[in-house]
Each structure stands twice: as structure tokens, then as C-alpha cells.
Design a binder for this molecule. Structure first.
Ligand SMILES: Nc1ncnc2c1ncn2[C@@H]1O[C@H](COP(=O)(O)OP(=O)(O)O)[C@@H](O)[C@H]1O
Ligand SMILES: [Mg+2]
Length: 347
């Protein structure tokens, strides 16, 4: 199959995405597919774009060339916005249209939030993972929260407000401040005092206009992959220091990860059921990873759903698949196959 692995982009998770894309591309090649890595924003400049399948011999080299170009990307974002040019880089749509499917190795804004998915539906381009609506709902933590409450998916208490009308007084004695549509813990702060809360708000508002403040839940943290509506084995996440922030997420050795998690059978079943429940409530498709906390009274709290979770062999969802005997290569191929099936109804 011809597969365009879309990565990079302009979100705060650009580098994480390039890493996912590189790994997915290699995995798909090892399964015999004609897979190429393509930066959705930078694109591929060529008179004959299809030659990318011949010219991109080494995926590591291709990924390296795209990495670390923060200033260049920022400048281009500004230019394209001012000139009202397409977000898609040169030849991206042509290459996607001429492939069997686009593998979404993007994370965060313009990738995980449903916009590209909606455009692709209208253009007749098949892509992996959730559709536009589920992606958008899961990306917006405020909207996800409303849906969780409506469908009785247990979730921490929260308040949502904007920069124009902020809640200046700390709403809970322990508060977790989050930009409404962020990811990878960027801009997330746990505040125990009013002073910490003030700083946390400032940090979150520097990234976004809307902020979600949740009640702090003390307990164990878990994440649960769901594929085609069925939960995978649970993984426990234990940062050696602090909470599961950006550094603890991506720096090797900073977090202990245990899969399958050491939990009694009944709690495992309950958590998995809630993960499947959250997946359905948010209208997700193909695969997703749902984050949970469990307090000392075994109360379950659903934090959020990730529609395009990290995809390297050591990322959380791939570890969960591995616990069921599914290799990373098999997982990537399965996502492609399941997505092709779902794509038939999206165009
Ligand atoms: N209500 C909460 N109580 C305690 N810790 C939390 C709470 N909400 C989030 N966290 C911590 O912050 C991390 C990031 O929060 P999350 O809602 O998953 O956002 P992100 O999209 O950035 O992953 C979680 O993995 C968890 O460690
Ligand atoms: Mg999370």
C-alpha cells in the first residue's frame, strides 16, 4: 500500500509528532508498505511529488531534516496566515490524495483536533484514527467534560473560564490548571496555594484563551488504550518525581510504567469499562488512549481522551498492545486496516 505518514505540523507537540511519524513509517515499511514521512506543514517541494517514494530512502535522515526548525516554522506560520495561504505545505494534498491512506502521526492542534480530518473527508482522502467530530470533542477538555458529565463518565470537578472573565480566586484547595485544548501537559500546573494558582493561570493563558481548572485528585494514574471500542490492558504511570508533565512524559527513565497494571480484577474491569464508555461518549473511532486517576477509595476519575496518542514502540498504547502480543509493526498495520474500513463511511 502507498501510505503517507503525516507528521510535524505547527503544534506545541511538533517534535513529539516527528518522532511518532518516524517510528510509524519504519514500522509500515517493515511490513512491506510504500510508506513515506511527510511534514503536513512544510510539505515536499517538487515538480513530480510522487518521486518522494523513490527519493526518501532513509526515514531517520528525513525526520532529522525536519526536526529542530522551530523559528523557521514560526516565521512560515505568520507568513501563511497573513497571506491567507493554505496550512497544508506544498504537494501535501496531492500526495495524500494519491496514496491509499494518510497515517495521522500528528499530535495537538491542526492534527489531533479534527480540522484536517474534516478537510480530508470532503477531499476524499482516507486517514487513520477518529473522525473530525470525535477528534474535536476529545481535544476540547471543556466540551469533553460536559459530555462525560452527561453520560456519567466519572471525572474530577471543574470550572471553565476565559481570559476576559477569569476566576481569580482558587476554586479548590488543590487545583490543576490546564489550557482547554492543550496536550503533553504543556501549560498544565498543579497549584496548592493562591500564589501558585495566580502563576498557573498566567502560564495557561499565555497559551490559550480558555482554561479548565480541576480539583486535584491524589492517587494512582493509569492510561487505557481502546481499539475499535475494546479496552487494552491497563498501564500504570508513576513519575519518579512530581506529576506526569512534559519531561516525565518524554525523557527516558523519568517515569515507571507498568503494564498490565497491578490492580485487582474488579477494578481493572471497572476502569476498562469506563474507558470504553468514554470512547463511545466522545464518538471516537479506530483507536484512542484515555487517561485516568484512581484515588485511595478506588474512586475512578477520567481526565481526558487522546485521539492521536504517542506512537513509538515505547509509547503507552503500543506497550498495552504488546502486552496482548501485538507488536508495534502489527499495531501500525492494524490501525491502517481498521481505518480503511471506517473511511468508507466518512467520504
Ligand atoms: N485533576 C487532576 N488531579 C491530579 N492530577 C492531574 C489532574 N489532572 C491532570 N493531572 C496530571 O496532569 C497530567 C496532564 O493532564 P491531562 O488532563 O491528561 O492533560 P494533557 O492533555 O496535557 O495530557 C496528567 O497526566 C496527570 O498527571
Ligand atoms: Mg493526558
Amino acid at each position: 500500500m502507498k501510505i503517507i505518514v503525516l507528521a510535524g505540523g505547527t503544534s506545541t507537540e511538533r517534535e513529539v509528532s516527528l518522532n511518532s511519524g518516524k517510528m510509524v513509517c519504519k514500522a509500515l515499511r517493515s511490513k512491506g508498505h510504500e510508506a513515506v514521512l511527510l511534514d503536513v506543514f512544510m510539505g515536499y517541494e517538487s515538480e513530480n511529488p510522487m518521486e518522494l517514494y523513490q527519493t526518501q530512502t532513509d526515514v531517520d535522515v528525513a525526520a532529522k531534516a525536519l526536526s529542530g526548525r522551530v523559528e523557521e516554522v514560526e516565521k512560515l506560520v505568520k507568513e501563511r496566515k497573513e497571506a491567507r495561504k493554505s496550512f497544508f505545505g506544498p504537494n501535501v494534498l496531492t500526495l495524500c490524495k494519491n496514496a491509499d491512506i494518510a497515517f495521522m502521526a500528528l499530535h495537538g492542534q491542526n492534527g489531533e483536533d479534527g480540522k484536517i480530518q474534516a478537510a480530508f473527508d470532503l477531499l476524499g482522502i482516507a486517514y487513520t484514527g477518529a473522525g473530525y467530530l470525535g477528534s474535536a470533542l476529545a481535544m476540547d477538555k471543556g466540551l469533553s467534560k460536559q459530555i462525560f458529565i452527561h453520560y456519567n463518565v466519572p471525572t474530577p470537578k471543574s470550572v471553565l473560564f476565559t481570559k476576559e472573565n477569569p476566576m481569580k480566586e482558587m476554586p479548590f484547595s488543590g487545583a490543576v490548571v490546564k489550557p482547554c485544548c492543550g496536550g503533553s501537559s504543556v501549560g498544565v500546573t498543579i497549584a496548592k496555594t493562591q500564589e501558585e494558582y495566580d502563576k498557573a493561570l498566567e502560564a495557561a493563558f499565555a497559551l490559550e484563551n480558555e482554561v479548565l481548572v480541576e480539583e486535584y485528585v491524589s492517587g494512582r494514574e493509569f492510561s487505557i488504550g481502546v481499539m475499535n471500542g475494546r479496552a487494552l490492558p491497563i498501564i500504570e504511570i508513576e513519575p519518579l518525581e512530581g506529576f506526569y508533565d512534559y519531561t516525565n512524559k518524554y525523557q527516558a527513565g523519568k517515569t515507571k510504567e507498568t503494564c498490565p497494571a497491578n490492580l485487582p480484577e474488579d477494578i481493572t474491569k471497572k476502569l476498562q469499562k469506563e474507558a470504553e464508555h468514554a470512547y463511545r461518549a466522545l464518538k471516537l473511532q479506530v483507536y484512542a488512549r484515555i487517561d485516568f486517576l484512581l484515588d485511595e477509595n478506588n474512586e475512578i476519575y477520567c481526565l481526558e481522551a487522546n485521539t492521536l496518542p504517542g506512537m513509538t514502540a515505547t509509547s503507552l498504547l503500543p506497550q498495552e498492545a504488546a502486552a496482548e502480543g501485538v507488536s508495534f509493526e502489527e499495531l501500525c498495520e492494524k490501525i491502517v486496516m481498521d481505518s480503511l474500513e471506517v473511511s468508507k463511511d466518512r467520504m
